[in-house]
Design a protein around this ligand. Structure first.
Ligand SMILES: [Zn+2]
Length: 174
């Protein structure tokens, strides 16, 4: 009985170590240099740790494993700070069952608690923040064709759409 318990414990410990090494090796790839640079300065470490927290929080909100979520520099959006413009956080959620991907942005009205889902505008194909989500049900409400979801005001931001797109303001329906 005791030896069986010990065996179980040892196997689960090895499992964690193997998974940790696997994740670290994947992050050391050429496209993820942020992982390599995370100890270069206090600012780098702070950003790395903050993004790890975002990934954990989003994964928990969507009831997914933590490694289903990655946070990277947003190539399309920058934010002004005291030290100049910095890239935003682009949150990518990969469904482990289907490999379908979703892209999210921080909702600065409640950071750490809700996020914007990015999706294509049916009018001009621009990628725009369409709805706020805080949990799995919010995402489901957006995806469910049988509900009348309330789109975020940000979805109609004129600057995000093609100039001739009818889905931008002042139209009141996306
Ligand atoms: Zn549009």
């Amino acid at each position: 009985m005791h030896s069986r318990d010990n065996t179980t414990l040892r196997e689960s410990t090895i499992g964690l170590a193997d998974r940790a090494v696997g994740v670290a090796r994947a992050l050391r790839g050429p496209c993820t240099s942020e992982f390599r640079r995370r100890h270069d300065s206090p600012e780098q470490w702070s950003r790395w740790a903050r993004r790890a927290r975002i990934a954990r929080t989003v994964a928990a909100a969507l009831q997914l494993p933590a490694d289903s979520v990655t946070v990277t520099d947003d190539p399309d959006r920058q934010y002004r700070t005291r030290n100049g413009n910095v890239p935003g956080d682009l949150i990518t959620v990969t469904d482990p069952e289907t490999a379908q991907r979703w892209r999210l942005l921080t909702d600065f009205t409640s950071p750490g608690e809700s996020w914007f889902v990015l999706d294509r505008c049916p009018g001009c194909d621009a990628e725009v923040p369409v709805v706020r989500i805080a949990c799995l049900a919010d995402l489901g409400d957006y995806l469910d064709p049988d509900t009348d979801v309330v789109l975020a005001d940000e979805a109609r931001d004129s600057s995000l759409h093609d100039r001739l797109c009818t889905r931008r303001e002042p139209c009141d329906a996306l």
